[in-house]
Design a protein around this ligand. Structure first.
Ligand SMILES: Nc1ncnc2c1ncn2[C@@H]1O[C@H](COP(=O)(O)OP(=O)(O)O)[C@@H](O)[C@H]1O
Ligand SMILES: [Mg+2]
Length: 275
């Protein structure tokens, strides 16, 4: 909102969720543009995008259909793997009785809600006998769960803006795990941008992120998370409304690219109006 005001726009702020949208719909109708700064279900899963499209109000980023697919990690992985990109082996389930169907031969697993964000409801499991407890925790946050093999690699994220990938960031959480606290508490994580790796690998992960953004029909901007292990990039997920807080990754990549926060917001609005 600060950036929008600095850019000279007459700006109002609405704090909303699924229930309050109905109360403010008549106020939204007068706006030329809505900048969605929501996360999680309703904000990121295509719901608000569908409402705004029906009201004919332009908004930032991807449309309803693409947002909906990208918020569903299993569906997204299925598409991305189908295009020949590596991603951790996974099993998608809505119950804790999945042991028969999944090949539990890896040493470590990640159990996470299928459609969520911010690392909530997320657990690393070393002992297969504990997997059902972790599934139950993840099921508190969503109706289905993703069990993935754990990739013990470097944490890499690539921001896409318009037709290009921005500088690559390596994320180094001090706790060793990129959980909720590592994401949102200043000083808990070191960020290296541009990430240190050979230039061929650097360019290949930038190309890969742009390819994923396009194959999922994303618009304007997105951020693609990877693990980098044994010289291979493993796709984790794509974020269609990347975080824009003080610790967030997308603004860091933009800054390295020569775009201030204000310029970044200006560009997102401009590209969104052109889509
Ligand atoms: N298969 C995996 N192997 C290793 N680490 C993982 C794996 N899946 C997730 N993580 C860790 O958990 C974090 C959050 O997972 P992610 O899939 O990006 O979901 P979200 O950011 O939506 O919560 C990642 O940034 C990574 O550090
Ligand atoms: Mg993520």
């Amino acid at each position: 909102m600060e950036a929008c005001i600095q850019l000279g726009h007459k700006t109002s702020q609405y704090i909303l969720n699924q229930n309050s949208i109905i109360d403010i719909q008549d106020k939204l109708i007068d706006q030329d543009f809505i900048f969605i700064a929501l996360h999680g279900s309703f904000g990121e899963d295509g719901s608000i995008q569908s409402i705004l499209s029906e009201m004919n109000i332009p908004f930032n980023g991807s449309n309803e259909k693409s947002s909906k697919i990208c918020f569903d990690k299993a569906k997204t992985k299925n598409i991305v793997i189908g295009e020949g990109i590596d991603s951790p082996k996974y099993y998608h389930t809505s119950s804790n009785s999945c042991n028969d169907h999944f090949d539990f031969s890896a040493e470590k697993y990640v159990v996470k809600p299928n459609a969520q964000g911010s690392s909530v409801g997320f657990n690393i499991v070393n002992d297969v006998s504990k997997i059902n407890d972790s599934i139950d925790i993840a099921l508190d946050f969503d109706s289905s769960v993703l069990i993935e093999e754990f990739i013990n690699g470097r944490e890499i994220t690539v921001s896409v803006l318009g037709e290009e990938s921005l500088p690559v960031i390596e994320i180094k959480p001090k706790s060793g795990v990129y959980d909720y606290n590592s994401k949102y508490i200043i000083g808990e994580t070191d960020y290296i941008c541009p990430a240190e790796m050979n230039s061929i690998k650097y360019r290949s992960v930038q190309d890969c992120a742009l390819k994923i953004h396009k194959m999922l029909s994303c618009d304007v901007y997105s951020r693609v998370d990877f693990k980098f292990f044994d010289n291979k990039f493993y796709f984790l997920e794509i974020n269609t409304l990347p975080g824009m807080t003080k610790t967030s990754l997308f603004p860091k990549a933009a800054k390295q690219h020569g775009l201030s926060f204000k310029k970044l917001i200006e560009k997102i609005i401009k590209l969104s109006l052109e889509k």
